[in-house]
Each structure stands twice: as C-alpha cells, then as structure tokens.
Design a protein around this ligand. Structure first.
Ligand code: CMC
Length: 435
C-alpha cells in the first residue's frame, strides 16, 4: 500500500480540504478520512458500511466485478484444486504456503489440542435440546476463555497467541461434532489424532459404538474443498465482528464466539441452511420454479431467493462456480440422484435469464450449492452453518492476528444523532401516554 501522491479534494462551507488517497497493491483506491473530523468537523455516514474500508489488510483480495478471490495472492481456484485445508489455514495464519516440515508441525500442534476439557461435557447437557448447533458452538467457544484464562493476557506474548490460535483450530471441530452428537442424544466420540483434520471431524460426527466409521476419501476430499472455499472472505459481517470485538482486547475465543453468532444470521452463513429449506419447500409444495421466481420478484419478503446475491460480487461468485462443479462430482461419485439439485439448477437458469436478477446483478453465491453437498455427506441441515464456521475459522483467526499486529485502535464508529433535542425531565404524574 502506498500514498503515491494522490489526493482527493473536498469542498465544504467555502473551504477546500485535501485528503490523501491510499492505493492498495491491486490498485484499489481509498480516500483516507482518518483526519476528516479534525480538519472539517465532519464525519462520514455509510450505513451497512457499503462504501467504507475499515482496515488495510494483506490477507484476502477480492474483486467483485470480475469474480476474483485470492488468499495471500493465490487464486481460490488453484488452492481448492491443489491444497489441503490445513495448508490453506497455514497460508492465512502465517502469510505463506507452508513447507512440509512447517505443515507437519502445525498439524501435530493442532492434533495435540483437539481434546476438550472433560468439564466441558456438562455444558452440552445443560443447554436445552432446542438450541441450534450454532448457539451451542458459540456458547462452547465463549466458555474456552474460562478454561484458558491466559488467552486474556493483554500483553499477548507470542507463544500464548500461537497456542490460542492452535487451540481454536483444534477444538472447534470437536465442539461442532459434539454439538451434533448432543442433538441426537448419541455418545460423544473423542478425536482420533492419527488421522487428518477433515477425517478426524467426520469420524467424530459419524462413528458409533455399534459401527466404526470408515473414512471415505470422496467425502474427505469434498469437505476439504468446502472448508477451503469458506476459509476467508475479507471484511464480511462475521470477520468485521472478530476484528471489532478483538480490538477491545477481548480474548480470541470471545471474538470467535461473537463471529459465530454473526455468521448464524440467514443473510450471512445461515443462508446455506435456508437454501435447502427453500428447495425442499418448492419440491414438497409442487410449485413450479417459475411460480417461485415470480413470487420472489413480487417483493414478497418471505420469498427471497436464498443463496443468490452478494454485497461484493456483482458478476459471479468464483466459489459458487467451484462448488457447483464439486456438487456434480460428489453426487456422481456417491451415486446420488438428488431432486433438489435439479430444482436448484432450474432456479439458477431461470434467474440468470430474468431481468429482475440480471439488472440487480444477482448471481448464485457460495451458499447456493453447498447444502446439497453437505446433504449428500449426511450432514444434517442444522449443521450446515456450523460447517461454514469451521471453514471460516482460519480466516477469523488470521484477521484477528493481523488486527493485533497492526495495533488497530478500538473499533468505535460514530453516528449522526437524529433523536430528540434537549428537553426537561417530566415527573411521573405529568406524563401523558401519546401512543
Ligand atoms: N432474492 C431476491 N432479491 C434480492 C436478493 C435475493 N436473494 N438479494 C438481493 N435482492 C434484491 C433486493 O431486494 C434489492 O432490490 P431493490 O433494489 O429492488 O430493493 C437489490 O436486490 C439489492 O439487494 P440488497 O439487499 O440491497 O443487497 P445487499 O448487498 O445489502 O445484500 C445479501 C446482499 C447477500 C444480503 C442479499 O443479496 C441477500 O439477502 N441474499 C440472500 C441471502 C444469502 O444468500 N446470503 C448469503 C450471502 S454469501 C455468503 C456470506 O458471505 O455469508
């Protein structure tokens, strides 16, 4: 990033102010307004941060107009094709693709911390059975701060930071699998540290005392790819949450727990579950895809086309392209013929040829096809967003670490106040109910 002697001029109240322009390594330009209030008394207003850069970052580059997504400079297509999720985690966390010995060391460290403290088992019983697994994993992640209070050390010694990062990577899959087991009333499986990260998770999810789990390379490969595709996405809602919570020097676990809660919303990661619900409803009600699309276009809020549209991608979402192909591959390899895939393809075709979607630049996003793969893997719907969280974890951690390393000030936006101006206190006997 550099300033390259570019400036923007702002004219206000008869005065001209000069503001520096920051140019990123991919030539993205931003007006630096950090001194704007001191200079002019003005702040900027941008609800939803549609046009606001909250930070400079060297982790992920995405260009929504041309459908580019790169982690640390590497195209998502290449990473999804050639790398393992653990390699991508190293890339995001430490800045470069790991050598074999670095990767082995990291995998070993993560495996060593994959157990949960036995006291945590009680929490799984304590939550009501109606708790969504996202609620369970958020609560359990939050609880990690109590088990590892040194994660709160405000001086952040590097070895403690590393250990907290590793523990987060190690324990979330165990927490996620146990949340699933608890929801089923099945016994918990302990992590098997002799197998890789994805196989370990699948074993914890599906092994039963009555039937040991056979690792299926097709499922492991699919999971690996899905986790890579979700691993980071620059300053999205949950990642911005991580950075803002972390900026108060709360522990990494607290920041991740907050991000999990942000991710769970249906407009963010929760959309992958909603897509399946939508496809199933279409199938069960027997309505045609055309009728459904017409309902979406009518502005009926209960009929949004879930898995479509994106704040940043306005051409196509490169992750959706890869997932759509993976979906065909996995279902073929597993010999599954899922009618929901047919409905999804019909919806996509109809939307991509309809002016409502074309004019608003609405394309399938990462969530449109991922649920169909998860379903083929026997992962239940309520766990879809948990899978997204497992994938996004290294991104959240990398962004938290970057925020700490750059000593970012506490996140604290301003506002334009639009409420009542000063008024005198009214005693109780003089108050009138105006509603
Ligand atoms: N179905 C129907 N209309 C839509 C959709 C959709 N999925 N998405 C946007 N629109 C319309 C919206 O009604 C608006 O129309 P108008 O200009 O007539 O009012 C226009 O397109 C612009 O939409 P917006 O809501 O202002 O755009 P945004 O950038 O604020 O929202 C979004 C982005 C992802 C929240 C939105 O597209 C959406 O709700 N999509 C469905 C949920 C979804 O799939 N979310 C997952 C996002 S990708 C994974 C992730 O990063 O979490």
């Amino acid at each position: 990033m550099s300033e390259q002697n570019k400036f923007a001029k702002l004219e206000y109240d008869g005065k001209v102010y000069t503001l520096p322009v920051i140019i990123g390594t991919e030539n993205e330009a931003a007006i630096d307004i950090s001194k704007l209030r001191d200079m002019t008394g003005l702040i900027t207003l941008d609800p939803g941060y549609k046009n606001t850069g909250s930070t400079q970052s060297a982790i992920t580059f995405l260009d929504g107009e041309t459908g580019i997504l790169r982690y640390r400079g590497y195209d998502i297509e290449e990473l999804a094709e050639h790398a393992s999720f653990m390699e991508v985690a190293c890339l995001l966390l430490f800045g470069d693709l790991p050598t074999q010995s670095q990767l082995t060391r990291f995998e070993k460290d993560v495996a060593e911390h994959s157990l949960l403290h036995e006291d945590m088992r009680k929490f799984f019983d304590a939550l009501p059975s109606t708790t969504h697994p996202m609620g369970v994993i958020a609560a359990m992640t939050s609880a990690l701060t109590s088990f590892y209070p040194r994660s709160l050390d405000p001086y952040r010694p590097p070895h403690e930071v590393y250990r907290t990062m590793v523990r987060s990577m190690a324990k979330l899959p165990t927490i996620a699998a146990w949340a699933y087991k608890a929801s089923k009333g099945h016994p918990f499986n302990y992590p098997d540290n002799t197998v890789d990260y994805c196989s370990r998770f699948l074993k914890m999810m599906f092994a039963m005392p009555t039937s040991p789990y056979e690792i299926d390379p097709v499922l492991v490969g699919a999971l690996n790819k899905l986790l890579i595709l979700h691993a980071d996405h620059e300053q999205n809602c949950s990642t911005s949450t991580v950075r803002i919570v972390g900026s108060s020097l709360a522990s990494l676990y607290s920041a991740i727990a907050a991000a999990i809660n942000a991710l769970g919303g249906p407009l963010h990661g929760g959309a992958n579950q909603e897509v399946l619900v939508m496809l199933r409803k279409i199938k069960e009600s027997g309505v045609s895809t055309k009728t459904f699309i017409d309902k979406v276009k009518s502005g009926d809020k209960s009929a949004r086309l879930m898995g479509f549209g994106h704040r940043v991608y306005k051409n196509f979402d490169p992750r959706a392209k890869i997932i759509k192909k993976a979906c065909d591959d996995v279902l073929n390899k597993l010999g599954i013929n899922d009618p929901l895939l047919g409905i999804a393809k019909e919806l996509e075709e109809a939307a991509l040829n309809d002016d409502y979607f074309v004019s608003r630049k609405l394309y399938p996003n990462v969530d449109f096809y991922s649920g169909i793969i998860y379903q083929a893997m026997n992962i239940p719907e309520e766990m879809f967003t948990v899978m997204f969280a497992l994938g996004r974890l290294p991104g959240w951690i990398a962004q938290w670490k970057e925020m700490l390393d750059m000593k970012q000030a506490i996140g604290r936006p301003r506002q334009v106040y639009i409420g009542a101006t000063q008024r005198a206190f009214v005693p109780m006997d003089k108050r009138v109910d105006t509603k």
